[in-house]
Design a protein around this ligand. Structure first.
Ligand code: NDP
Length: 330
């Protein structure tokens, strides 16, 4: 059936300026790391993407290696773009990244110009796009000179293959240095993508301060700690959950009795706020100064529907925040 986006899609979503740039991002963005690969069901992927767009999620985040197999999430996204969203490209902010292992040999990962240029060309081909809105360097490379990596971000923007440049997984010092180089080059470096959630608060140790000082936006990835900050694991490890899968980065051993106690206590606070734990975890991040957008994943449309409801209550009483801190720090 031909897809027609919901006419009220924009009224349902707050849009926030990304740092000091001209680009606004939806408060909630959708990531395609899991559940959009060749091993997944395309109809489910399509349903999630349609729901997202219908609800004002204009930003879709990919990377060269998303799948599995690597590259297949971009292929799936490309097919759905062609079938459903072909007249809506100008309403979408699409990002991709390169940095992790993509192909064998010395030119298939990290941060050389050789790798990044080839990888972006491959990503554009897989998605059937002329350009992406944001191209990220996915992780710092300890060997390639940062000048080379940053000059490549600058190059692809000048070539029109990306509109804006971003970095991901860089710490505060690395970000300061990247920003200094990109500023000198005149590159629109507008966004950083760190891992940030109630359970992973590394960006609070200096990175958020750097981003604010430099006028760079922040999009928090794995805001639900890959599903730990949801009701998914409260009673058991469901067979269809990420932790139950043989591949991926969420291991069952991480779900310790101590962590479960914390999650249950957080879930209790969420319940008193009339929210699910996922909704509270997203709202908590959206209240953090400097966070532009929260980049969620979803394995089913219902999960995204649930996560979107976080926007209905972003207020926290001081007492609630205190209780949350206590649980997280105990
Ligand atoms: P989340 O922390 O949002 O975890 C998503 C998972 O949580 C889902 O797959 C699902 O698990 C579960 N879930 C989501 N919503 C709900 C809900 N409302 N109720 C119950 N369970 C829910 O994010 P991801 O780890 O998926 O990361 C999001 C995006 O961030 C990625 O797609 C990618 O774009 C980006 N990212 C970037 C990285 C980088 O290095 N720059 C690294 C990792 C991610 P289940 O599958 O078990 O149902």
């Amino acid at each position: 059936m031909i897809y027609t986006p919901h006419p009220d899609k924009y009224s349902q979503m707050p849009f926030r300026r990304c740092g000091k740039s001209g680009l606004k991002l939806p408060a909630i963005s959708l990531g395609l790391w899991h559940n959009f690969g060749g091993i997944d069901t395309e109809e489910n992927a399509r349903s999630i993407l349609r729901l997202a767009f219908d609800r004002g999620i204009t930003h879709f985040d990919l990377a060269n290696n998303y799948g599995p197999p690597a590259g297949s999430a971009e292929e799936t996204f490309g097919r759905v773009l062609r079938s459903d969203f072909h007249s809506w490209r100008d309403h979408m902010v699409i990002s991709t990244k390169a940095g992790y292992h993509m192909w064998e040999g010395p030119y298939g990962e990290w941060g050389s110009k050789k790798y990044l240029v080839a990888s972006l060309d491959q990503s554009l081909k897989r998605m059937g796009l002329d350009y992406v809105d944001v191209f990220y360097h996915h992780r710092p490379d300890p060997e390639t000179p940062l000048e080379e990596t940053m000059a490549t971000l600058d190059l692809v923007v000048r070539q029109g293959k990306a509109l804006y440049a971003g970095i991901s997984n860089y710490n505060a010092e690395e970000t300061t240095e990247a920003s200094r180089i990109l500023r000198r080059l005149g590159t629109p470096f507008i966004i950083h993508q760190p891992k940030y959630s109630m359970l992973v608060r590394t960006p609070e140790n200096g990175l958020l301060d750097v981003l604010e000082k430099e006028g760079i936006g922040c999009i928090a990835f794995s805001p639900l700690a890959q599903g730990l900050l949801t009701n998914r694991y409260l009673d058991e490890i469901p067979a269809d959950s990420r932790a139950a899968k043989s591949w991926g980065f969420l291991q069952q051993e991480e779900i310790t009795p101590g962590l479960l106690l914390k999650i249950k206590a957080l879930s209790g606070i969420a319940h008193r706020r009339d929210q699910t734990l996922a909704q509270m975890a997203i709202a908590w991040l959206l209240k953090k100064p400097g966070v532009t957008s929260v980049l969620v994943g979803a394995s089913k449309p219902g999960q995204l529907e649930d996560s979107l409801k976080s926007l209905e209550n972003l207020r926290f009483a001081g007492e609630e925040l205190g209780q949350i801190e206590k649980i997280l720090n105990d």
